[in-house]
Design a protein around this ligand. Structure first.
Ligand SMILES: Nc1ncnc2c1ncn2[C@@H]1O[C@H](COP(=O)(O)OP(=O)(O)OP(=O)(O)O)[C@@H](O)[C@H]1O
Length: 253
């Protein structure tokens, strides 16, 4: 599904060159959850931006379903992000003074989904991330963790085939963090979405099929296929395997 082949991305910083991503080979298959760990500054966010066609590699190739993302026009890259991707970013980018459900529905409206349907689907996803009781609240009346969950709901409303998640549990308490990790695992299992999960959260390894480690822009030795400690395909953190995060029937579709 997603493939990075010998990908290099350097940045000029004055006279210095920052080797943010430095020869990375990484694949994410349909239905697979890959957890990517690494110290601050190791290139994780840069790698996600390359996968989102927000950056082009200086060398190597990033492909989605065999399509070279660097060859997409600006409009085609925007379509890729809107139609295929769920990008959960570190920054939430929510609109102030606008309700949670309207914030969560913006991606669907951008895809010309009928406003009533967008509202219904956004409500379902807010419910799935545990915010069904806060749909009317604007971001300034939500906690940091609640804002993060609105951003997660928004990213998932289009039923993406590939989910790129940058610290999706960073603002969440332990229980909510576990729920979000389980939700991502469920989406991968039930809908065959690929998930690339950048995180410092040790619990992510428990839901991942594979754990990779990035150091100084390179995947660490042994990180090219290291198996996650937990069983895959449903055995997840905190709770019974396969236990749904949301009430049955909340499919989000
Ligand atoms: N636009 C840019 N211009 C110059 N340098 C950049 C740019 N973006 C990232 N970098 C540098 O590239 C390196 C990798 O940054 P990146 O944000 O990918 O790391 P990270 O692993 O996501 O870090 P963190 O865990 O702190 O978010 C860092 O040294 C950073 O300063």
């Amino acid at each position: 599904m997603l493939a990075l082949e010998a990908v290099v991305k350097h940045f000029a910083e004055g006279d210095e060159v920052v080797r943010a991503v430095d020869g990375v080979e990484l694949r994410v298959a349909a239905g697979e959850v890959v957890a990517l760990y690494g110290p601050s500054g190791s290139g994780k966010s840069t790698l996600l931006q390359l996968a989102a066609a927000l950056l082009r590699p200086d060398a190597g190739r990033v492909t989605f379903e065999g399509r070279d993302l660097a060859r997409l026009s600006g409009a085609a890259a925007a379509d890729y992000r809107r139609d295929e991707l769920g990008f959960i970013m570190q920054e939430f980018h929510l609109m102030k003074g606008v309700s949670a459900v309207e914030n969560a529905g913006t991606k669907l409206l951008a895809a010309s989904v009928d406003p009533a349907a967008a509202r219904r689907r956004a409500t379902e996803w807010l419910d799935r991330v545990g915010l069904g009781h806060r749909v009317s609240a604007p971001p300034e009346r939500l906690s940091g963790g609640e804002r993060q969950r609105v951003a997660i709901a928004r990213a998932l409303t289009n039923e993406p085939r590939l989910i790129l998640a940058d610290e999706p549990t960073g603002s969440l308490d332990s229980r909510r963090g576990e729920e979000i990790l389980r939700l991502l695992r469920e989406i991968a299992r039930d809908r065959g979405a690929g998930v690339l999960l950048v995180t410092h959260d040790p619990r992510a390894a428990e839901v991942a099929d594979r754990v990779e480690r990035l150091v100084d822009g390179r995947l660490a030795a042994g990180g090219g296929g290291e198996e996650a400690p937990a069983a895959r395909g449903g055995a997840v953190v905190g709770g019974a395997a396969g236990e749904p995060v949301s009430p049955p029937g909340a499919t989000g579709s």
